[in-house]
Design a protein. Structure first.
Length: 457
């Protein structure tokens, strides 16, 4: 088969046989999509021969880019030595053991144990199991409610999507009854007539109010991403996390930090809770733990919960066939090794992160950019018609879709979330590649402005 007919065949087979996640299949059947069939360094290649700079690190997971032979070799070797064994019923495997210990070494010191899953969603399901079990063992069985935030993303199983605060997802299934949502700390969208610091404190106070309304004897935990990723890289006001931390210290509830995006350097520290100075009882990880090369997620369990669940509570009746899969754990070990050997977290906090953020912040000058925000190695900008009134370009976030399509057409993968554009590039981008990213996005902004009849310089 020539490559052209192979490509046409993929498009047709994809439409006829593949049910895509988060895709409008009617639209997809009409328009088709992009078949990615190769990648190297920070570039993806599609079957039409386009080479696209990946400003999203895959789905926030390929933080070290696509060319990492040490991870590939580790997986290959592991598959030859021990391709599979489970961790149920008092069994273990060497790679799961080594990765648990290696993860605890890079995590804040109060973490004691690692529970492995295959994904972030399953890890957040596991969090609910851990939290409920914890309070049951403490003979507080009434404590079942988990407080979360609107527009949070915690995954897509029934439990994880219930924890999440995505309206479009909630409309399509019946949610768990014991999850309660409070406001997100999204100043530009929701608090613009208040100074950011004041808004941050007010958004945090909603946690306290929710605990009072629902009853402290019924509330079990608060879950949050340090920076909401999929919600639009929502960097909270500086006052937000200190206020949340104080509330969690004063009240009887567990704090869960969902670090599926923020973990492993994205915010400029190993974990987002360190950037924002709080101490979670449970921490969700996935995505970048294997650089996206193998599916792996899990929960880091702090001393408070670990001590209750590991002293006479009996069996924890939960687990996955592939919990602690040896090949996935081998990928995790190799990834951690690279992060450490190459001082990647420091590289994000001191070198490429500041450069990326400085270049990104220049986009604030553009006539259709109402706000830029960034942290570590991810960033967002808000599209507006008018900087003063913050009026949006068009209804239904059409402006951001125009901008995203223009960016992708010019060879840059970024995402549109509501009326914002977001980017989370791989840490291994060079300064030149950051320049390319910002330059292509700038052009896409110009095209978007032109499409709405706004003059750009
Ligand atoms: C992606 C994501 C998840 C879900 O992870 P999956 O591996 O897709 O199940 C959970 N939480 C956050 C913050 C995420 O970004």
């Amino acid at each position: 088969m020539s490559s052209t007919s192979a490509r046409e065949n993929w498009q047709e087979l994809d439409k006829s046989s593949h049910f895509h996640p988060f895709t409008d299949l009617t639209e997809y059947a009409a328009k088709g999509g992009r078949v990615v069939n190769q990648a190297e360094h920070v570039y993806i290649h599609d079957a039409d021969g386009n080479r696209i700079l990946d400003g999203m690190s895959g789905l926030w997971c390929c933080n070290l880019g696509y060319t990492q032979p040490a991870i590939v070799e580790a997986v290959y070797e592991q598959l030859q030595t021990l391709p599979y064994y489970n961790s149920f019923f008092n069994c273990s495997n060497d790679k799961a053991i080594e990765l648990s210990a290696a993860l605890l070494k890079v995590m804040p010191a109060h973490f004691r144990k690692i529970f492995f899953t295959n994904s972030g969603s399953e890890a957040n399901d596991t969090n609910i199991r851990l939290v409920h079990r914890y309070f049951d063992l403490l003979e507080k069985p009434e404590k079942k409610i988990i407080i979360s935030r609107k527009n949070a993303y915690h995954g897509s199983t029934i439990a994880a999507a219930s924890l999440g605060g995505m309206k479009g997802m909630h409309e399509q299934f019946t949610r768990l009854p014991y999850v309660h949502h409070i406001q997100q700390p999204h100043w530009f969208d929701e608090g613009a007539d208040m100074p950011a610091d004041e808004f941050g404190r007010a958004a945090a106070r909603q946690l306290e109010q929710a605990i009072d309304e629902l009853g402290e004897d019924k509330v079990a935990a608060f879950i949050a991403e340090p920076v909401q990723g999929a919600g639009g890289v929502i960097v909270p006001p500086e006052t937000y996390w200190p206020a949340i931390k104080e509330i969690c210290e004063q009240r009887d509830l567990l704090l869960i930090s969902d670090e599926v995006i923020c973990g492993f350097g994205r915010t400029g520290s190993w974990f987002g809770c360190e950037t924002y100075g709080f101490k979670p009882d449970l921490m969700t990880f996935a995505k970048a733990v294997t650089n996206g090369f193998q599916p792996l997620g899990g929960v880091a369990i702090g001393d408070k919960v670990a001590s209750v669940l590991t002293s006479g509570g009996g069996e924890f009746a939960h687990g996955f066939t592939y919990s602690g899969h040896p090949a996935a754990c081998a990928a995790g070990l190799a990834t951690l090794d690279i992060l450490q050997q190459q001082n990647m977290v420091q590289h994000v906090s001191e070198s490429i992160g500041p450069y990326f953020r400085r270049r990104w912040s220049e986009l604030a000058e553009h006539p259709i950019v109402g706000q830029v925000r960034s942290q570590g190695m991810f960033a967002a900008l808000e599209l507006v018609q008018d900087k003063g009134s913050r009026e949006r370009l068009a209804p239904d976030s059409a402006g951001a879709i125009t901008c995203r399509d223009a960016a992708v057409a010019s060879g840059l993968m970024v995402r549109a979330v509501g009326d914002s554009m977001i980017s989370a590039p791989p840490f291994v981008c060079s300064a030149d590649e950051i320049d390319l990213l910002v330059g292509r996005l700038h052009q896409a902004l110009d095209k978007t402005a032109a499409a709405y009849g706004i003059k750009s310089p």
